[in-house]
Design a binder for this molecule. Structure first.
Ligand code: NAD
Length: 495
């Protein structure tokens, strides 16, 4: 029997009549059916979250009580770690090695980290303004928060957002990508088993174009935390402007990796492969623009291309697989169109650029790891996010030129600098327009370190104290103890 995933609203699992086939991108086969939400389900989910916030116990729970629930969710993820990794792999096409060692344990750790630390982030502050006047600054939950998740890290990004939103005392409506809703629904079961009150977490599934506007414009929603493309982010800005909401926008990127010639060639080639080809290049922080100092350029390109060709493509559930399929056939077509445009504009494909022909891959949405050169800043592929296994490699001769190339982008999400000269690297980090800069490493996300982009990559932070505080609002309570009662206001009209 095909597994069926119901919606989760007001503490109940709700089967709707409209359903969607959920595909395994490695095989193109249907692996489950997911219920689809109509407007009335979205309405109910928002109403439940509102009711649970306004009248329920969750926002008022003592912090150590809330903390126990957050730990229970972390433990629930760990208890089901193997099954969750398998499901994420089947649904999102992420190689099983990635889901087993990265996505699932990191999701549990996100809850653990927040549970261990959020109380210290919620301490109020007293300001002694004058002898008479005092102000107390305190943090409150935002209220009802809508969380919108992309398909590239479905469980992990849902966990980042949920951990902070819930610990801060909010109630939520979670909308996973309809392509990859399964681990979000499993997380719903874990949350249900952890015993959170009904209505604190609601999960609705449908295409964003169907339910996005309702979710993001409804008056009863106080905040929207969105991770996804720049294009959809702009729609959400528009919807949410109707009733003015707090927003977090974690959008796309076109990140640059700057490689100086003093680095170890094997280390930098291996790390660069990881920085663009992990998760088939479907990473917001993918280093899709790699710039190498001219004296190392030829050696780097030869080595990089040779190793890119050795990356083992395969069905994502196979433990030997190093690169799985893209999420959908249409995502793969988008990548192909970018490559065709790049070729027409004069770029050169050094390897990859094709759909692999191995019989075991023919039904999945696989695409070869691709390396291209001869790209200039006017080309589409230099400027736009491809979101696939495509690296462009260029060169620079001076640090000045390297910074110019890195900053020649509308996005500003992340960047890498590779050099043994740490004072050079730290100096450049100050000048590169990006929210996160990795020096001599890539992709290190720490729960304590806030993460988020600038410019077209969005605003707001995830993770760390700053990421947690996004889900709170700051209240200022002023107390005047002057004996003749507030000189300024009391005597203003001279009565
Ligand atoms: P997407 O923008 O297409 O979809 C993201 C989510 O928005 C999905 O749940 C989708 O259903 C929903 N959505 C779509 N249309 C909507 C609408 N009109 N209103 C409301 N919601 C709507 O993104 P994607 O294709 O799922 O993910 C890839 C994108 O996400 C890339 O651009 C990537 O860079 C970005 N991303 C950014 C980060 C980050 O932290 N900055 C992390 C991961 C992914």
């Amino acid at each position: 029997m095909m597994p069926l995933y119901p919606l989760y609203i007001n503490g109940r699992f709700i089967e709707t009549s409209e359903r969607q086939n959920v595909l395994n991108p490695s095989t193109g086969k249907v692996i489950a059916q997911a219920c689809l939400a109509k407007d009335s389900d979205v309405d109910l989910a928002i109403a439940s979250a509102r009711e649970a916030f306004d009248k329920g116990s969750w926002p008022k729970l003592p912090l150590d009580e809330r903390k126990k629930f957050i730990f229970k969710i972390a433990q629930g993820i760990l208890n089901k770690a193997g099954d969750l990794a398998k499901l994420e792999t089947e649904n999102a096409g992420k190689p099983i090695k990635e889901t087993t060692f990265m996505d699932v344990p990191s999701a549990a750790k996100a809850f653990e980290y927040v549970a261990n630390n959020f109380e210290s982030y919620l301490v109020s502050e007293n300001l002694n303004i004058s002898e008479e006047a005092k102000a107390k600054l305190s943090r409150e939950p935002m209220g009802v928060v809508v969380l919108i998740i992309p398909w590239n890290y479905p469980l992990l990004i849902a966990s980042w957002k949920l951990a902070s939103a819930l610990a801060a005392g909010n109630t939520v409506v979670l909308k996973p990508s309809s392509l990859t809703s399964l681990t979000a629904f499993e997380l719903g079961k874990i949350i249900h088993q952890a015993g959170l009150p009904a209505g604190v977490v609601n999960i609705v599934n449908a295409s964003g174009t169907k339910i996005g506007e309702k979710l993001c414009s409804d008056k009863r929603v106080d905040m929207v935390s969105f991770t996804g493309s720049n294009e959809v982010g702009k729609h959400i800005l528009e919807y949410s402007s109707k009733n003015v909401k707090k927003l977090i926008m974690e959008l796309g990127g076109k990140s640059a990796s700057l490689i100086f010639s003093d680095v170890d060639i094997d280390m930098v080639v291996n790390s660069s492969l990881c920085s663009i080809f992990l998760n088939q290049g479907q990473m917001c922080t993918a280093m899709s623009r790699i710039f190498v100092q001219d004296s190392l350029y030829n050696k780097f390109v030869a080595n990089f291309v040779e190793k890119a060709q050795r990356i083992k493509l395969g069905v994502a559930s196979n433990h030997e697989t190093q690169m799985g399929p893209l999420i959908t056939d249409s995502q793969r077509k988008k990548v192909i169109v970018y490559l065709e445009k790049a070729k027409a504009e004069g770029a050169k494909i050094l390897c990859g650029g094709k759909i692999p022909q191995a019989p075991e891959l023919k039904n999945g949405y696989f695409f070869e790891p691709t390396v291209i050169t001869g790209v200039n800043p006017h080309m589409h592929i230099f400027k736009e996010e491809v979101f696939g296994p495509v690296a462009i490699v260029g060169k620079f001769s001076s640090a000045e030129e390297a910074v110019e190339l890195a900053n020649d982008s509308d996005f500003a999400l992340a960047s890498c600098i590779w050099s043994r000269d740490l004072s050079l690297a730290e100096g450049l980090a100050k000048r590169i327009n990006a929210g996160t800069i990795w020096i001599n490493t890539y992709g290190m996300f720490y729960n304590r370190a806030p993460y988020g982009g600038f410019k077209q990559s969005g605003f707001g932070k995830e993770l760390g104290k700053e990421g947690f505080l996004e889900y709170t609002r700051l209240k200022n309570v002023v107390l005047d103890q002057s004996p003749d009662a507030k000189p300024l206001v009391n005597y203003w009209y001279g009565f």
